[in-house]
Design a protein around this ligand. Structure first.
Ligand code: SAM
Ligand code: CA
Length: 220
């Protein structure tokens, strides 16, 4: 036995897939429609969706924030995990992609829980803070433009209640964060935020190597 995490080879991957709870039909259909789009790989996988579902349930989450909606998969996972009284403030700039999202949210019967805000997420978060919503959210999922991550992290931390959780997607950036030769703006932004979160005394953090890496930051 080793204290290191096991490397997941193909046979273990199959084993895990067999044990994974079944992906709800509406999510399967949304994934199928999204797969025909050029940027389909921006969508999170169901494995990650399942992790988010459990985290939301553990938190007893009611009020959540989603930054980066695309065709709405992670927002729909979140809305499905919330009680009827739950709410997701969903931020994106693209009306075409979020048009697809809205169709599936309605179909799943959760559109009433989702407050879609079209516009730069940093502006939306500033408005929420100005409206006195600081310390009132339970969960935030950050998955939009990577150079904006630092701002989103700071704003979300302000909007979260103590005991709330931020999940930052693509924290491993397909391995680029550990490649010293990769100096792109996106890689530098993710790398800098990963380091900052790991040392941030305001949170307790763990970078989970699920999907493309999910950095979890629990607000003290
Ligand atoms: N979470 C989504 C899912 O699971 O399907 C994927 C989100 S995708 C990786 C990133 C999204 O961020 C895109 O839909 C894009 O339009 C949006 N985006 C990019 N820049 C943004 C900004 N400044 N403010 C808000 N959304 C932005
Ligand atoms: Ca992502």
């Amino acid at each position: 036995m080793s204290r290191k995490s096991l490397r997941v080879d193909d046979s273990l991957e199959t084993y895990l897939e067999e044990l994974l709870a079944e992906e709800p039909d509406v999510l399967v259909r949304l994934r199928d429609e999204t797969s025909r789009l050029e940027y389909a790989n921006m969508q999170i996988g169901w494995e990650q969706g399942r992790l988010m579902t459990l985290l939301l349930r553990c938190l007893g989450a009611q009020n959540t924030i989603e930054i980066g909606v695309f065709t709405g998969y992670s927002t729909l996972v979140t809305a499905l995990a919330l009680p009827d009284t739950g709410r997701v403030v969903a931020c994106d700039i693209n009306e075409e992609w979020t048009g697809i999202a809205t169709r599936y949210w309605r179909e799943a019967g959760v559109a009433g829980k989702i407050d879609l805000r079209i516009g730069p997420a940093s502006d939306t978060l500033d408005v929420m803070i100005a409206d006195g919503e600081a310390a009132s959210y339970d969960f935030a999922f950050i998955d939009a433009d990577k150079t904006g991550y630092d701002t989103y992290y700071e704003r979300c931390l302000e909007l979260l209640r103590p005991g709330g959780l931020i999940a930052i997607d693509n924290a491993l950036w397909d391995g680029a964060v550990a490649d010293a030769a990769d100096d792109s703006a996106d890689t530098r932004a993710i790398r800098a935020l990963n380091t900052r979160i790991a040392r941030d005394p305001r949170v307790e953090a763990f970078l989970a190597p699920v999907g493309d890496g999910v950095h979890l930051a629990w607000k003290r």
